[in-house]
Design a binder for this molecule. Structure first.
Ligand code: SF4
Length: 99
C-alpha cells in the first residue's frame, strides 16, 4: 500500500468493508503509523474511528484471519491481532506473539 491509498484500496479487503469503511476518507497514515513518536496516540485515534465504523466486525474478522498485516485493522494493532489469532489457534503465550 502506498501513502496515497486508503484502507479501502487494499486489494484483499472484503468489498463490504471497502465500501463502508469509516477510514476510507481519512489519512491512511493514522492506520499505518510509521514513526515511533506519538505512535500510541495515533493508534488510539484510529481505534476510536474504528469503534464507530459500521463494518468493524467484518473488518476485524478479516484481519484476524488474514496473513499478518501491518497497521490497525478492526480497531486492533498488529500485536493484538496476533494475540487473537493465537487464542483461536489454541494458544501461544503473549511472549510468543509479541515479537
Ligand atoms: S474497522 Fe477501522 S480499519 Fe476497519 S474499515 Fe472500519 S475504520 Fe477502517
Amino acid at each position: 500500500m502506498t501513502t496515497d491509498e486508503t484502507i479501502a484500496d487494499f486489494p484483499e479487503l472484503p468489498q463490504i468493508v471497502a465500501d463502508n469503511a469509516s477510514c476510507k476518507t481519512r489519512d491512511p497514515d493514522l492506520w499505518f503509523p510509521v514513526r515511533r513518536v506519538r505512535r500510541e496516540l495515533v493508534v488510539q485515534y484510529a481505534a476510536t474511528i474504528c469503534a464507530g465504523c459500521p463494518v468493524l466486525d467484518e473488518c476485524r474478522e478479516w484481519a484476524i484471519n488474514a496473513p499478518d498485516q501491518y497497521g490497525i485493522w478492526g480497531g486492533l494493532d498488529r500485536i493484538e491481532l496476533r494475540r487473537r489469532r493465537a487464542a483461536r489457534a489454541g494458544g501461544a503465550g503473549i511472549e510468543d506473539v509479541a515479537s
